[in-house]
Ligand binder design. Structure first.
Ligand code: FES
Length: 126
């Protein structure tokens, strides 16, 4: 069975502010929150994979859903906290559709609002 994967950039950071106290990047915080959420799920989980930069640095936080023979969803400007429930819900939906084409109206609000790009599956060999 194809392995559905959620890539999360763990180096993504918001612009530095004086209020920023923790050394934890927003991307690492998002990854940690998703990891915790997936641990408590009773369903089979999407594979969570950390990435060190996806080239969307000025649009932190960045993440992508991908799997063989499925659409790839690239998301940006994700909150490391508020986006987590919607990303977990979309993980479940993405796994449920064999082509990854979760109907727009069914997608959680964060996914509707934060899509940076949607890529078709790679062509298969004839
Ligand atoms: S640091 Fe996250 S996309 Fe570059």
């Amino acid at each position: 069975m194809p392995q559905d994967t959620l890539l999360v950039c763990i180096l993504c950071q918001y612009p530095q502010t004086e209020e920023k106290r923790s050394g934890l990047s927003e991307g690492q915080a998002l990854f940690n929150q998703l990891q915790n959420g997936l641990k408590t799920s009773s369903e089979a989980c999407i594979r969570l994979q950390p990435v060190r930069c996806m080239g969307a640095c000025s649009h932190a936080c960045a993440a992508a859903f991908m799997a063989p023979n499925k659409l790839t969803f690239i998301l940006s400007q994700l909150s490391p906290t508020d986006s987590v429930p919607d990303l977990l819900e979309f993980s479940r939906q993405y796994r449920a559709y064999s082509d990854g084409k979760v109907p727009f109206k069914e997608r959680p609000a964060t996914v509707k609002q934060k899509i940076h790009a949607v890529l078709p599956p790679l062509p298969t060999q004839p």
